[in-house]
Design a protein around this ligand. Sequence first.
Ligand code: GLA
Length: 389
Amino acid sequence: MVPSSPREIVLKCFEERYGNAPEYLVRAPGRVNLIGEHTDYNEGYVMPLAIDYAVWIAFSHITEPEVRLHSIDFNQSVVIPINHVLTKSDGWSEYLKGLISIFKKSKLEIFGWKGVMAGNVPIGAGLSSSAALSLAITRVFGTISNWDWNPSQMARICQLAENQWIGVNCGIMDQMISALGQEEHLLLIDCRSLKTTPVPLPEGVRVVILDTGTRRGLVDSAYNERRDQCESVATFLGKKALRDVSYKQLKKAKVKIDPIQFKRALHVVQENNRVLDCAESLRLGNLKHVGELMNSSHISLRDYFEVSCEALDLMVESALAVPGCYGARMTGAGFGGCAVALVETKYTENFVKKVLKSYQNATGQKALLYVCKAAEGTSVYSKKEFAAQ
Ligand code: GLA
């Protein structure tokens, strides 16, 4: 039988390479953010869900102080010593090196392991394939080295590796949701306190990811610039972060703020309010209002934060034209990648068909649509557990 999922693939490949079954299996999911974009590094609110697309690693202890990891997707094996000073280069194994260096800085004891990795989170699409990779590797180290698993602390460590080794000044959202996602729930995350509140996905709706097929480079993009602009406004207003600035305070200071920086801050301040409003509306089952908030979020990201692009705008337009779609917006950092829509379950099939067609007619490009399930965060399974699944 041909193995079909990354889970089966890593288990089979591990046995072929090493002649026995792995001791453990780790799964770390990607994510899609329903609302709360570019608010995390402003210490504000976000509301993503972990998705049923993930990175899987099958692994076992070794006695040598090194990591031997084979990536099926990149068809490449690496051996990384864990007691040497590591130097930067490029490629997927930088995440492994970056994490090892942060573990050591954080005084976390680490031991060696061998593993096989595969995943199905689309890369560079804004669905956090890199956070999934980082959380998967961290969970492997945590299991091998007997750490107490503290998901928020581990999310912070993964964020640090991304900031300090990879050079992307990202916030904490992606790592938090990959670590802490809950089945059938969104997670309202306070990115200052790291408090998480599960919000059930109401019955009768589906979250649909709309991949434009366009890709962006986060390091090369204007992401870090946007972050600097936000921080400048907070500093100018004498606040720790834009989280502490109200709409009224911002409006009052408008004439004194650079117009571009004002637009960036306006997006963040209003987006934080939209996230809280959205969580409450989901609890009340007011899906019409949830949809309106998603639509406003998109317009704000397009016009104030200026991180959308033609493909994302066309995708959102295509989605909103189909019956049963409550709302749609770009999701993730922007500049390409994916949009997200909230769709009434009974219309989902028709929605997918119609959007694929209208997006292709408008752009000449093929879109990819995923009707997703809210999945559990990063998990580890012992041999006994995964053999029984
Ligand atoms: C990327 C970053 C996150 C967040 C989003 C935008 O996904 O990794 O930290 O800033 O962009 O909301």
